[in-house]
Design a protein around this ligand. Structure first.
Ligand code: PMP
Length: 423
């Protein structure tokens, strides 16, 4: 559209405006804000509601009782390869990996991490690197503990490693980096081998620097050719930084988002640190839930088979988004978007300075989107251009309606912006 003359552009804007007015008159009420599984996806695990059938673990443990701080060995074995963590170094906990990330930060604040010179609470300043676009809950969690957030750009292979290496080498107050290494939230990017190797090997000024490796979408493939990422724990160990990475994952988007099993994996020293700390706050995780997951998912193949059923439900939604955006916005130059191979999100980039207005126009038409800026630290996307689309929760026809409405908003705000620039 940037090649159009003023009259043509005005005509396009007028058409978009009348489409938008018609959209508002429809009185829609649609929600694309959060990456939640739909009720149908949750139904896939309905059988779990009547499990476990027994209460005895393979080693004879009575799961009804206290104990087992590291979680049931059989649920850890089931996810060991999928999360690329040796069984002995994997902890199975309760229902939320986000809470394990939270606790890791709190324990590092209030006690000393392996390799730490002092508690993080005693540091003059703590900073975390945040590849952008990224996950708003990572940012909110860090902010809540006064951690300074430093945005780092991402490309198709993950964070810009020249920037990461420089900041981590030069600033001893940079203590962490948030990574969603596979089918990243929201761009869908998976980290390339070289990126992972450089993260594992780079020199760090802080002796207690940690990679928060949030592998939330490890098995959430949308295609027949699953993406494989390099093994961060093995690479850290090989490069003399065995304690550098904390691996997180969960079954929130495999079984029940509110009733899954979360995992923490790391070096033996970090695992001892974590279970030592956790042992002060609980006399053991919910092993009944671990057993329920083992009975239902059975083994690694069972997990992958179950994920194929999810894929059957959600892939049509991702395809619909791509199809509608291509039809309505393809070739206009008003937007570009990701075509993820897995995960839960599509990232839509509109013209610079337009994202907030698009989200607000969409709200005006009854289409709720994640606030613009949420993909960046402090809710501040300096280019004001990234919008996160979460298509899994609504029914397919609702996704179609919402995306076609969103495309109308992009056309309206985009043509207005181009007119403003042309004048
Ligand atoms: N990490 C990422 C990247 C996510 O997208 C989500 C859910 N939206 C979570 C963590 C939350 O995980 P959990 O349910 O295990 O707390």
């Amino acid at each position: 559209f940037s090649a159009l003359n003023l009259d043509e552009l005005t005509a396009q804007r007028d058409r978009a405006l009348s489409d938008y007015d018609a959209l508002v008159r429809r009185g829609l009420s649609l929600d694309l804000t959060r990456g939640k599984p739909s009720a149908r996806q949750l139904d896939l695990a309905a059988a779990m509601l009547t499990l476990p059938s027994g209460h005895t673990a393979a080693d004879g443990t009575d799961c009804r009782n206290y104990g087992g701080p590291q979680g049931l060995p059989e649920v850890r074995a089931m996810f060991s390869r999928l999360l690329q963590v040796p069984v002995a170094q994997l902890v199975a906990a309760n229902n939320s990996s986000l809470s394990l990330m939270h606790d890791s930060i709190v324990h590092a604040m209030l006690g000393r991490l392996p390799g730490s010179e002092r508690r993080w609470a005693d540091e003059p300043r703590i900073a975390f690197l945040c590849p952008v676009p990224g996950y708003d809950r990572h940012f909110a969690l860090s902010e809540r503990f006064g951690i300074e957030l430093i945005a780092v750009p991402m490309d198709d292979e993950g964070p810009d490693m020249d920037v990461v290496e420089r900041l981590v080498r030069e600033d001893a107050q940079v203590k962490g980096i948030w990574c969603v290494p596979k089918y990243s939230n929201p761009s869908g990017v998976s980290y390339g081998e070289e990126t992972v190797r450089r993260l594992a090997a780079m020199p760090a000024a802080a002796p207690d620097f940690r990679i928060f490796w949030d592998n939330a979408y490890a098995v959430h493939h949308l295609t027949d050719t699953p993406v494989e990422i390099a093994d961060i724990l093995a690479l850290c160990a090989e490069n003399g930084n065995p304690d550098r990475a904390f691996v997180f994952g969960s079954t929130s988007k495999i079984t029940f988002a509110g009733g899954g099993v979360a995992f923490f994996g790391s070096s033996p020293a970090n695992v001892a640190w974590m279970t030592g700390n956790t042992g002060k706050r609980t006399i053991g995780p919910d092993k009944i839930n671990h057993l329920r997951h083992v009975e239902f998912l059975r083994d690694e193949d069972g997990v992958l088979e179950h994920m194929r059923r999810h894929r059957e439900l959600i892939r049509p939604k991702f395809e619909a988004v791509d199809l509608i955006l291509t039809k309505e916005l393809g070739g206009t130059g008003l937007a570009s978007w990701s075509s993820p191979l897995g995960g839960y999100f599509i990232s839509l980039d509109v013209l610079e300075g337009c994202a907030r207005q698009v989200v607000s126009r969409a709200a005006g038409a009854g289409i709720a989107l994640t606030p613009a800026g949420a993909t960046h630290p402090y809710g501040d996307d300096p280019r004001d251009s990234t919008i996160r689309i979460a298509p899994t929760y609504p029914e397919l026809d609702e996704v179609e309606l919402a995306i076609s409405g969103l495309a109308t908003c992009v056309r309206l705000v985009g043509t207005e912006k181009l007119l403003e620039r042309a004048r």
